[in-house]
Design a binder for this molecule. Structure first.
Ligand SMILES: [Fe+2]
Ligand SMILES: [Fe+2]
Length: 152
């Protein structure tokens, strides 16, 4: 993988991570259940770690995150007031969709980088991130199904 492609990929990852931070952060005040609030806080910290790592990688390559607008716009997703209008169920569904996007992008990268020894360290970290995203998604799926069970 050449450096230009790598920078582009890392920047795309960064945007989705920034969006995830934004997504979980913007819902904190409207969550009523303190347990769920803690979950979102914890998810947010994880996404922030992912963001920081990606930013550091780009710095080490002599460049930056190159963000030209709010992450939700760049990611083509909803945020802020629009989220307040969503039911908890729909927020979980959005969480599942966003996490799916993250899982997919990391998975694709790891597959592409498999035969490139230069990327093996980066790949390992992104694989860890993918596990985090899978965990987030699993939580949303589980809690969505609990909501669907109780309201059926
Ligand atoms: Fe993440
Ligand atoms: Fe996530």
């Amino acid at each position: 993988m050449d450096d230009d492609t790598l920078v582009k990929r890392l920047r795309r990852f960064y945007v989705l991570e920034a969006y995830q931070v934004d997504l979980y952060k913007s819902q904190l005040t409207s969550l009523e259940d303190p347990h769920i609030q803690h979950v979102f806080e914890r998810f947010m910290v994880r996404e922030q770690e992912h963001m920081d790592y990606l930013e550091q990688q780009l710095k080490e390559m002599g460049t930056g995150v190159g963000i030209a607008g709010p992450p939700f716009k760049l990611a083509g997703m909803v945020t802020g007031k629009a989220l307040d209008l969503l039911s908890l169920k729909d927020r979980y569904k959005l969480g599942i969709a966003v996490e799916q996007k993250a899982i997919q992008m990391y998975h694709e990268f790891i597959e592409t980088a498999r035969n490139d020894p230069r990327l093996s360290d980066l790949s390992k970290y992104l694989a860890y991130f993918m596990v985090d995203e899978e965990t987030h998604q699993f939580w949303f799926k589980e809690h969505l199904s609990r909501l669907e069970d109780t309201r059926a």
